[in-house]
Every structure is written in structure tokens, then in C-alpha cells.
Write a protein that binds this ligand. Structure first.
Ligand code: GLN
Length: 274
């Protein structure tokens, strides 16, 4: 049976060999998991079987399922991905929540998501706060194209603009600014074996200390935040002090850290002065 063969190949390569094998077989055959569970011995045509083995090989080389399938669930939304986008992480839902806490549901406020990638954060905010006027930027044209596709598939209205951090937003001010910028150190050893090997370096790495992008973003932050507005940034679990220092040097106030599901400081927010 193909699933069993898949499981055998994935043991030692994946923490969830059965689930992965089933999901990949489903993708290769175009059937859903329920059908597969009901008919585990159903005949699979030779073309689908060989497609399955190609996917299995990619998974056995540790490519994340989300990269293989080209989509990932985030905030209960199906987000499509491409080679220019990061796979949305569950920690980033903490950032979405921090932003939602600052966006009233009944008022039209201006929101910016910088370095939007697949658009995951902006899409979640747009779904939760339909009145918000959301602008999302990215330096990668390919990532923006995917984000635009996601927005139109999910039926939300977001203004996408291409460019580096605040460069395409000259003259605009926002009530809420969020970003999950690249923050991984250039030589971070965990990346030698991690799933990030399969993701775009441009979306992950930010110089020797991982703070290059946050530093760049902080340069113009003050002139783009409305009085009392909120800035929320995702960062590495050990970067909270550095991010605190960068935000406070820009003159922002009420700086607080928010922990992720593992209890590690993952998001820092601050307010523009009134
Ligand atoms: N959290 C991601 C990782 O550790 C990095 C995301 C990012 O750089 N924005 O792989």
C-alpha cells in the first residue's frame, strides 16, 4: 500500500510520517484524506503514484510540507505560497492579535503591513477588521504577486505596494503598523538543518545580528505613525532588548513585549507619542 510505503520512507525524516504520507498521496492523486481513509487500498494510477514518489523524496529531504504543497493555513485562512514567500508561522498569529487589539472593529483606521510576503498578516487583519484601510508592502515583486492573488481569492481589499520598508509610503501616516521582517542572523547554525533552508533568504536573514531590517524600519517609523498609533514588530526570541532599545531611540513610548506560544518574547509593540 502506497501510504505504508510513504510512512516507511519518512520515518526518521519527519515527526509525522503517517500524516505527511497521507497528505502527499492526497496531493498527488487529487483526492481528499477522508476518501483515502475510507478506501486505503484503492488503486492509484501509475502517474499519480510516480508523482507521489517525487513528493515523498522532497519530504524525505526535509522540505516542509507547506513548501511542497504551496499553501499553509494561517489564522484559519488558506494562504498560497511561492518561492518568494515565507511559510507563515503560528507565532505570527501573536502579532496579528497585537494589531487586532489596537484596531477598533467599528472605525476605519489606516493600517500598514511592511514586508507582507504571502500577505498572511494583512489578510488576517482584513478579514477580522473589514473597515480597516490596509496597505501592504514588499520589496519582492513575486511575493506581492502571490499576496495579491491571495487577497483576491479571499475577497478582501488591500492596497499592495512594492518597495523597501517605508520607501513606497512617503507622506503616509498610519494608526497601526505591523511587520514580521527578516530577523535571522546571517550565520545562524540552526538553519543548516531547518526548514528555512527551503525558504527565501531575502525573507529570513537580516545581517550579522539579525537586526538590519528592524534598524532600517525604525529610521522612518516616527514619521509614519499617527499620534498614539501602535507599532508591533515580530523578532527573534532573544532580540527583545535590542528591539526595545531601537524603538525607544525613535522616541516611541509604552513599549511592551508579548510572548509566543512557547513563552518566548516574540513581538514588541510601542505607541507613537500623543
Ligand atoms: N521565525 C522564523 C524562523 O525562525 C523567521 C521569520 C523571520 O525572519 N521573520 O525561521
Amino acid at each position: 500500500m502506497l501510504v505504508q510505503e510513504g510512512i516507511t520512507q519518512l520515518i526518521g525524516c519527519s515527526d509525522s510520517p503517517r500524516l505527511d504520507a497521507e497528505v502527499l498521496l492526497q496531493a498527488a492523486c487529487g483526492i481528499n484524506r477522508t476518501t483515502l481513509a475510507r478506501n486505503p487500498c484503492q488503486l492509484v494510477d501509475p502517474q499519480s503514484a510516480s508523482a507521489f514518489f517525487v513528493l515523498l523524496k522532497r519530504r524525505s529531504e526535509k522540505e516542509p510540507i507547506a513548501c511542497i504543497l504551496g499553501h499553509k493555513e494561517f489564522w484559519s485562512l488558506d494562504i498560497e505560497l511561492n518561492e518568494a514567500t515565507l511559510v507563515p508561522r503560528s507565532e505570527t498569529e501573536i502579532l496579528v492579535q497585537a494589531a487586532l487589539d489596537a484596531i477598533p472593529p467599528d472605525t476605519a483606521v489606516d493600517v500598514a503591513d511592511l514586508g507582507t510576503g504571502s500577505g498572511a498578516i494583512a489578510l488576517a487583519l482584513a478579514i477580522e477588521r473589514p473597515l480597516a484601510r490596509i496597505t501592504a508592502t514588499d520589496i519582492s515583486r513575486a511575493a506581492l504577486a502571490k499576496a495579491r492573488e491571495n487577497a483576491s481569492r479571499l475577497g478582501v481589499d488591500i492596497l499592495f505596494v512594492e518597495g523597501d520598508w517605508f520607501t513606497p509610503l512617503a507622506g503616509s501616516r498610519f494608526d497601526v503598523i505591523v511587520s514580521n521582517p527578516p530577523y535571522v542572523r546571517q550565520n545562524d547554525p540552526v538553519l543548516e538543518t531547518g526548514p528555512a533552508l527551503f525558504e527565501p533568504a531575502l525573507a529570513l536573514f537580516a545581517g550579522e545580528d539579525g537586526l538590519d531590517c528592524i534598524r532600517a524600519l525604525c529610521v522612518d517609523l516616527k514619521s509614519h505613525i499617527k499620534p498614539g498609533g501602535l507599532v508591533a514588530l515580530e523578532h527573534g526570541h532573544d532580540q527583545q532588548d535590542a528591539v526595545y532599545a531601537l524603538l525607544s531611540a525613535t522616541g516611541l513610548e509604552s513599549i511592551v513585549h508579548v510572548n509566543d506560544y512557547a513563552g518566548l518574547p516574540r513581538v514588541t509593540s510601542a505607541r507613537g507619542s500623543l
